[in-house]
Ligand binder design. Structure first.
Ligand SMILES: [Zn+2]
Length: 104
């Protein structure tokens, strides 16, 4: 996912730079680029989680659950590398979130 966001941002930049060589198309390229950036922004929740995960890498706490400090399952990290929760706590939070929605 983070790679995808990066790609979209790169594409936006690339299209802009490519078309900037054609002087007349610069404004069009600008529009195309900003559309791509908007699409990337839809993933900003994930991007924030990725940033948090990078912060945990820097702290040396990456791969541990922020609730109990236990190890996050390797398979889970492969599927969702930026997750701050182990499977147990992720499921508990999902249950809590869905029961909240149910009572609304
Ligand atoms: Zn946990």
């Amino acid at each position: 996912m983070s790679a995808r966001i990066g790609q979209e941002a790169d594409q936006g930049r690339g299209e802009f730079i490519d078309s900037a060589h054609d002087v007349g198309d610069a404004s069009v390229a600008d529009e195309v680029a900003s559309e791509d950036f908007t699409e990337a922004e839809h993933n900003s929740d994930v991007l924030q989680q990725v940033r948090d995960a990078l912060g945990r890498v820097a702290d040396g706490t990456f791969g541990t659950c922020i609730v109990d400090g236990g190890p996050i399952e390797e398979q889970r990290l492969e599927a969702v590398p930026w997750t701050p929760y182990c499977l147990t706590h992720a499921q508990r939070l999902e249950v809590a979130a869905s029961s909240k929605t149910a009572t609304l």
